[in-house]
Write a protein that binds this ligand. Sequence first.
Ligand code: DAH
Length: 341
Amino acid sequence: MLQKINSLKAEIEGLTASSPAEVEELRIKYLSKKGAVSALMNDFRTVPAEEKRTIGQELNVLKTLATDKINALREAVEAGQAAEADAALDLTRTAAPMPLGSRHPLKIVEGQIIDIFSRLGFSVAEGPEIEDDWHVFSALNFAADHPARDMQDTFFIRREPDVLLRTHTSSVQSRVMEKTQPPIRIICPGRVYRNEAISARAHCFFHQVEALYVDENVSFVDLKQTLLYFARQMFGPDTRIRLRPSYFPFTEPSAEMDISCNLCGGKGCSFCKHTGWVEILGCGMVDPAVLDSCGIDSKRYTGFALGMGVERITNLKYQVKDLRMFSENDKRFLEEFQSAR
Ligand code: DAH
């Protein structure tokens, strides 16, 4: 009996297996009810009483040995399989795509405008949307009876003391000039409000970017060169510009700038109404009266200013036909700008 136990021990110690199925076969062969270990256990009955103690202990050792061995084989086989599975993972594969948001087209274009002007040394200045008459109109040389002050154009919140929504970002000019002495070179992006009926071509709020440069010896030549640089950076190197005389209370002389139509290259199309030109901004030399109102010596300093509508520039770049698209938050529209920067 002892001999049988010892040879079975040796046999079990030498067992190997390479798959879960083989381990299971071994378990059945040795540990199941009809297995080799159980057979010896059954023979235990025939062992003489004086040997029962020793044989019993040996049988227990054998059973533990067999159980431990089979468990160890099972673990080893499973670990091997996991390692193989790891090796089959393709770590170079692209990760699952993350749903990216998109920037609003007006913000994309506003960013492009700021970039271009910052390359010329302009820095961003901001002012409040809720304003007073002085900064929006009076300091900018608007006559007391100027039609822009009319309720039809301006949202007045209160008359005394006056509170209103700014109708243009030129108000940031007056705020900055009141606080800063030249040289001033600022770009002012922001939202503005006008009392207009909402349609495809007009909205009660929209966005502007204003630029102001005040220093000694600033001339119209500086303005023109800045405008040409901006137009070519924004719309491409072949873009031409043209200035038409105009009127704004806060600039003298004043002009409106057209660029050669970026859709037809200036040949004439329905977009530019077959003129080859499209208007993009207003500009001029800062009126000395404005400098004086804001505490800047107009005998020593001159300056130029310009202002443009961001919706207008975005329209030209991306052909958005209906202004209302910009504020409707239609995901289908916004997602079209996912790749734009
Ligand atoms: N503030 C003008 C507007 O809202 C735009 C403008 C025109 C701004 C001429 C300027 C400028 O700085 O010089 O229509």
